[in-house]
Ligand binder design. Structure first.
Ligand code: FAD
Length: 616
């Protein structure tokens, strides 16, 4: 036996880095065993972090002192707060990242952990003793003893790349697949499935006619992911916006039989909400064009990621269709797009701690559990790493719940419903989304992280001081009172009911803010900006929070409602086509069964309920 560890994390992608960090922060002697040290923190596909639902996950990881938020802040080159005009509950922080800066920042974070050792190697087998994990063996014959293992092999398990009719065994472009571990998982009697994902060609920035296309700018006031980042200091860039044309569609249609996806060569299921360009043309061909964002992969990087045209067509067809797109007529392709198929484990094999039910001490996180996306992988990594460390120390597992976090929503979805296609996070998956906001992730989760021992002193101190400021600010707002007459003299219109209202109550009016109320109470200027924003959101949502609770109770009652056998799901307005198809295939007998259909959201359930009620 080479060395013994409490926890061995296999794979240093997004899940593996968070898992290793969480295990090490929990105090476990941890090893991060991965193919190559220099690929720690590599972004396999799009150079971006966050977005709707995903941004919430990043904030939650950060609130638990995980790495992703800080690393994204150190490498983000185009911060945008999505849904800025909508309510705070559905705003999604997002940034494009400089690939190199992201990788370097992640490697720096990993190197800073005291009880974390990085080992280069190909994990080939995992052994068990008396029904519990005992060691990991590498392909070159080294054996490491351990209390627990976290497996985070991403798209590498029997990975197979497809470019047209060409197939290449690989974990991602230029890297060998992981062959041995699929055998280990099969030996354990686990249910394995096959999924697929895809990526577009990479374009040479110097050969794009940027003057011929539109652009999208970064926000003027970049909002950081991490509660520990005061200000974003990386340079911010804009990205290009263009569209496919009729000529693009024609080339794709004429060559569709050559696409790996449409020739029957790929057996794995891909994410329908993140379709390839072939999918878009086949399914929505009547549209006159599909939007493409040209996202530079870094400040000094010549590669550009054309977001929206992932493909598995042959390389020459890719070049032909890409050159029909405005701005790309003379573009040079640095690397063709491809699809990749890989093995995944049915996540219903896992407990809510992400430990296998069939083998104590073996935890799984990331793409291996049927999810897609860096953020989903990272969030699972944190949970698995934390619980692997707790298991090695013979402590009780910690389960996140649907009511405390998107992390809890995702893990409950995965472990109770399984997946039929790669799972990604959407805000609509959460039934408590008014309380599970990106802006309050620290209030929801940092106290939990502190009690679990995974939050460092610096964050803990900053959090305490923020909570004190928040309490103080709330007290001030509640103590300042005004009558409707006095308010009217300062231009604030209220019901003339003679009732005194506090500044806190006035913030429930969407048109009011701590800034507008300074006309009445100039002292509000002294409340810290983050505290002002937090109290505005808290006051705005206070009344809705009561309604949310009542709605949840009513939905639970409605779950028993029967769906008529002749019900036509196609007639449901506002539902995605894929959900309609799934409902028609499953034909749930009642609302409770419909709720369990993969991809079903609380909003879709409400629509279904309304129509059933109408049916009588
Ligand atoms: P990965 O990031 O894949 O990391 C796996 C790590 O494990 C690597 O470091 C690897 O070297 C290591 N490893 C594997 N096997 C072994 C072994 N036996 N021994 C030691 N180390 C091992 N996500 C989206 O959200 N949208 C997309 O459009 C999208 N498209 C994608 C397209 C492609 C072609 C690929 C490859 C991925 C795509 N993804 C996409 C997925 C995204 O890259 C993953 O969700 C994310 O990287 C998963 O993180 P992970 O940590 O689970 O695995």
């Amino acid at each position: 036996m080479d060395i013994n560890y409490d926890v061995i994390v296999i794979g240093a992608g997004h899940a593996g880095c968070e898992a290793a960090s969480a295990a090490a922060r929990s105090g476990a002697k941890t090893a991060l065993l991965t193919h190559r040290r220099d690929t720690i923190g590599v972004m396999s596909c799009n150079p971006a972090i966050g977005g709707l639902g995903k941004g919430h996950l990043v904030r939650e990881i950060d609130a638990l002192d995980g790495l992703m938020g800080r690393v994204a802040d150190a490498s983000g080159i185009q911060f945008r707060l999505l849904n800025r005009k909508k309510g705070p509950a559905v705003r999604g922080p997002r940034t494009q990242a400089d690939r190199r800066l992201y990788r370097e920042a992640m490697q720096k974070e990993i190197a800073q952990h005291r009880n974390l050792t990085v080992i280069e190697g190909d994990a080939f087998d995992i052994s068990a003793d008396h029904g519990a994990v005992s060691s990991v063996t590498t392909k070159d014959g080294r054996r490491f003893g351990c209390g627990t293992v976290v497996l985070t092999t991403g798209t590498f398990l029997r990975g197979l790349i497809h470019i047209g009719q060409t197939t290449i065994p690989a974990g991602r472009v230029g890297e060998d697949p992981s062959e041995g571990l699929s055998g280990t998982l099969t030996r354990l009697g686990l249910k394995l499935g096959r999924l697929k994902t895809g990526t577009p060609a990479r374009l040479d920035r110097r050969t794009i006619d940027w003057s011929a296309i539109g652009s999208q700018e970064a926000d003027e006031d970049p909002v950081p992911f991490s509660f520990m980042t005061d200000r974003i200091t990386t340079a911010q860039i804009s990205c290009g916006v263009t569209r496919t044309t009729e000529a693009t569609h024609k080339i794709i249609t004429n060559n569709i039989h050559l696409s790996a996806m449409y020739s029957g060569q790929i057996e794995g299921v891909g994410p329908r909400y993140c379709p390839s360009i072939e999918d878009k043309i086949v399914r929505f061909g009547e549209r006159d064009g599909h939007q493409i964002f040209l996202e530079p992969e870094g400040i000094d990087d010549p590669a550009v990621y054309p977001n929206g045209i992932s493909t598995s067509l042959p390389a020459d067809v890719q070049e032909a269709f890409i050159r029909t797109i405005p701005g790309l007529e003379n573009v040079a392709i640095l690397q063709p797009g491809y699809a990749i198929e890989y093995d995944h484990v049915d996540p219903r094999e896992l407990t809510p701690a992400l430990e296998l039910k069939k083998l104590s001490g073996l935890f799984l996180a990331g793409q291996i559990n049927g999810t897609t996306g860096y953020e989903e992988a990272a969030a699972q990594g944190l949970v698995a790493g934390l619980n692997a460390a707790r298991c090695a120390a013979q402590q009780e597992p910690h389960h996140f719940s649907r009511s405390d976090s998107y992390i809890g929503v995702m893990i409950d979805d995965l472990t109770s419903r399984g997946v039929t296609e790669p799972y990604r996070m959407f805000t609509s998956r959460a039934e408590y989304r008014l309380s599970l906001r990106a802006d309050n992730a620290d209030l929801r989760l940092t106290p939990i992280g502190i009690s679990l021992g995974i939050v460092g002193q610096q964050r803990s101190d900053r959090f305490s001081s923020y909570c004190e400021d928040l309490d103080q600010g709330r007290r001030v707002l509640q103590s300042l009172q005004v009558t409707p007459n006095e308010a009217a003299r300062h231009g604030i219109k209220l019901n003339q009911d003679g009732q005194r209202r506090s500044a806190y109550e006035l913030l429930a009016y969407p048109e009011q803010s701590t800034t507008s109320l300074q006309a009445l109470w100039p002292e509000l200027v002294s409340v810290r900006p983050r505290v002002q924003k937090a109290l505005e959101t808290e006051a705005l949502y206070a009344v809705y929070m009561h309604r949310q609770t009542a709605d949840i109770q009513a939905t639970q009652r409605d779950e028993a409602r029967v769906i008529p056998p002749n019900f036509i799901f196609d007639h449901l307005p506002g539902l995605s086509n894929e959900l309609k198809l799934k409902l028609a295939a499953v034909r749930p007998a009642n609302l409770a069964q419909a709720a369990k259909v993969d991809g079903m959201t609380p909003a879709a359930l409400a629509l279904l309920l309304a129509l059933i009620r109408k049916h009588g």
